[in-house]
Design a protein around this ligand. Sequence first.
Ligand SMILES: NC(=O)c1ccc[n+]([C@@H]2O[C@H](COP(=O)([O-])OP(=O)(O)OC[C@H]3O[C@@H](n4cnc5c(N)ncnc54)[C@H](OP(=O)(O)O)[C@@H]3O)[C@@H](O)[C@H]2O)c1
Length: 343
Amino acid sequence: MIKVAIIGGSGYTGLELMRLLAKHPAVSLVAVTSREYQGRSISDVFPSLLGVVDAPFMAPDVDKLAAEADFFFTAVPHKAAMEAVAALRSFGKRVVDLSADFRFNNAAVYETWYGPHSAQELLAEAVYGLAEVYPEEISRANLVGNPGCYPTSILLPLIPLIQAGACRTTGIIADSKSGASGAGRGLSLDVLYCEVNEGFKAYKVASHRHRPEIEQELSHAAGHDVNISFTPHLVPMSRGMLSTIYAPLKGNPTTADLIDLLSNHYRDKSFVKILKEGAFPNTSHVRGSNSCHIGLKVDESMGLVIIVSVIDNLVKGASGQAIQCMNLMLGLAETTGLDVLAL
Ligand SMILES: NC(=O)c1ccc[n+]([C@@H]2O[C@H](COP(=O)([O-])OP(=O)(O)OC[C@H]3O[C@@H](n4cnc5c(N)ncnc54)[C@H](OP(=O)(O)O)[C@@H]3O)[C@@H](O)[C@H]2O)c1
């Protein structure tokens, strides 16, 4: 059994990591940290784990934790992650980081959007953890920067279409909606029940930090710089994410042609499902699972394809994908411990 630890286990992605790792056949969860709940039983804080994960939360003391575990997930906010990861790498530990700190190839891009990066020397070794796109690189990596949730929902359908030359790389628009857990478990006025319930709003219009991440990966797929327009929205549900993507077409492919293209591209990938013509996904179809469901239709009058993609932001958008990356890094089948159906 591989000994695994979670730094930042009292947040939403930490809870999802524990829920999924508790049933993983090849790893043993040996330490989970929280400063706020240090010393309290994990199942006191999260009763859904009663009888499954009862050990106490530990302090995020990397020197001590490095002696306990072989493999680490860092599920803390950006900036806090870079410090913990740098210390873990100095002990030779393999890490999947769920924050944005190791998603960028270019430190200047990170610093424009997030501020100073204190572990830039690690960016060269970090691999972007989109498991369907970089499986070989991830399997050799010691450090994976797990993708953001919005980027995952947008990149999975777009990358194969761009690589196949089926759509143009100018004029792409992504209109995305997320449940409130995307903001984390910390107290914040914006995600209080009365602020979110029975309302629906756009936020960070044309200024969300996930845009440069999406552009980095689309540019990599295209072989040249790609810009997109990206608008996120907060919807009154606890988890789930739906992206509607408008991509101008090259040539005159039909809906069936593009469904065939994506279906062939993902035929050996367990977690990406391409829906038949006329069908579109619902966030409830992937809730709690590591799946991404994609439906699409060509709008001939506009010369574009409209793609609808759904994931659970906490699973394929965070903790499930992080475990998928861990599986690849450990030489396991990437589906190990992740064959959970939607709730
Ligand atoms: N929520 C999502 O849908 C989602 C999706 C993709 C990626 N992510 C990313 O995943 C990471 C975790 O997200 P989350 O939603 O789980 O956040 P969260 O609910 O706010 O939890 C954050 C966790 O980090 C710990 N923490 C905070 N500051 C820390 C510090 N300075 N040192 C050590 N531990 C610290 C917190 O516990 P204590 O304060 O008790 O120590 C808590 O366990 C973030 O970087 C986020 O951007 C989140």
